[in-house]
Design a binder for this molecule. Structure first.
Ligand code: S3P
Length: 433
């Protein structure tokens, strides 16, 4: 993340119009960076994520012995280590990135070295026991401090396990598959909700055999990976801010080209459709087993309706919930979110921060341990917003600001660069004022 604290003033918009091609998906870029570092040969990824989080993964890959070249056109070349990662010398800095810390824990636990993973203040508050526990069952030796970073990994030979994740988490699933790839025997991960499957798809793209069933995924140990060339799909979780913004303005028209449409990530399109927005999808293509396509969004003439998001839907929409909640006051009937307790342990406590910022804008909102009730039909006013250093809070409230009365100041706006450094420029491009 940039060190300088910046504020951004967001003026109300009259409409959202235009066409966007977004930087590469953050989740896929992390996995390509880490697997590229382990593989044999030189991988090349175009449209790699421009966010600071994926830069943390690349820096760690480099420190572990991979050769990494970043090009100005957002392509990245990684010459892998052929399976043997080297001792980093100094701690591996995962910055703000939970994905880097958790997935790297799985990648490094079976390597014959000691590694220390550190992160910024926010990452150092996030739970790491969820990854230490199953890796320990595989035989790993990992020390935490009170369940948190620093994560000290004393690399050891691991054996496959059959594990059911207590909380649905793609990061934990991926960490176990990365460890299982290098363990003896079979590693199976079972999950109650199908979380994003980029780990499975990336492993396959790099040549590993991965078996998938309805509620589980298995990998055999002892497989090597071979470098690949791949284009990273546009990040649908970044598109979410613009999709929600466009859905607020009757007469809007926004088109995304080359957008990632992996079914485990595209649930927001179903939610917006259920709220009455018109979503068109065309030009579907397969890129390294990831689905990519063109998406067009138009708002309904009479405004968005309302809905409840709970159960498995909450897990699948976990990164999109802040922006969905931020536009909820502008819907007709409001939005109710439940079973989303995980929001409390993201880069910030996203339930508390969404509630606080909605109230600051004059909205009525009820907070629950695992969600929020946001009534519809409300009018919001511009105010001072606290991002809490959380990228998705900064961007979600920039979207809420577009329909508010008066200007909104986003404090800690620089946090957007964690996943989407281009966010404010692109918002200016598509917002008609
Ligand atoms: C991610 C999984 C999700 C998500 C995060 C990225 C991934 O976290 O919130 O932004 O790339 O696997 P959890 O796995 O903790 O749910």
């Amino acid at each position: 993340m940039q060190d300088t604290i910046t504020e951004r003033v967001i003026a109300p918009a009259r409409n959202i119009l235009g066409s966007l091609r977004l930087p590469g998906d953050k989740s896929i870029s992390h996995r390509y960076a880490l697997l590229g570092a382990l593989a044999e040969g030189k991988s090349k990824f175009t449209n790699f994520s421009t966010g600071a989080d994926c830069a943390s993964s690349l820096a760690c890959a480099e420190q572990l012995g991979a050769r990494v070249t970043r090009h100005p056109d957002s392509s990245v070349e990684i010459t892998g280590t052929g399976g043997v990662l080297q001792s980093a010398g100094s701690p591996l800095d995962c910055g703000n990135s939970g994905s880097t810390m958790r997935m790297l824990s799985g990648l490094l636990a079976p390597q014959d070295c000691t590694f220390t993973l550190i992160g910024d203040a926010s990452l150092s508050r996030r739970p790491m026991e969820r990854v230490r526990k199953p890796l320990s069952q595989m035989g790993a030796h990992i020390d935490l401090t009170d369940g948190h970073a620093p994560v000290v990994i004393h690399g050891k030979k691991l054996a496959g396990i059959d594990y059911t994740t207590p909380v649905p988490s793609a990061q934990v699933k991926t960490a176990l598959l990365f460890a299982g790839l290098q363990a003896t025997g079979t590693t199976t991960v079972r999950e109650a909700v199908r979380t994003r499957d980029h780990g499975e798809l990336a492993l396959r793209a790099f040549g590993a055999k991965v078996e998938r069933n309805l509620d589980s995924v298995s990998i055999e140990g002892g497989q090597g990976l071979t470098a690949i060339e791949a284009a990273v799909p546009g990040d649908i979780s970044s598109a979410a801010f613009f999709l929600c913004a466009a859905a607020l303005f009757p007469g809007s028209n926004l088109v995304f080209e080359g957008l990632g449409l992996n079914p485990t990530r595209a649930t927001l399109l179903d939610v917006l459709t259920a709220l009455g927005a018109h979503i068109g999808v065309l030009n579907l293509e397969d890129k390294a087993s990831e689905l990519i396509g063109t998406v067009q969004v138009n708002a309904p003439a009479n405004g968005l309706t309302g809905t409840t998001i709970s159960g498995g839907l909450a897990a699948q929409l976990i990164d999109e919930l802040p922006v969905i909640a931020a536009i909820a006051p502008y819907t007709q009937h409001g939005i109710r979110i439940r079973d989303a307790k995980e929001l409390r342990v993201k880069e910030s406590d996203r339930i508390a921060l969404v509630a606080k910022n909605l109230r600051a804008m004059g909205a009525e909102v009820e907070e629950f341990e695992d969600g929020l009730d946001v009534p519809g039909g409300q009018h919001l006013h511009g105010t001072e917003i606290d991002s809490g250093g959380d990228h998705r809070i900064a961007m979600a409230f920039s979207v809420a600001a577009l329909r508010a009365t008066g200007e909104t100041v986003i404090h800690g706006a620089e946090a957007a660069a964690i996943s989407f450094p281009e966010f404010f420029d692109l918002l200016d491009k598509v917002a008609e004022r």
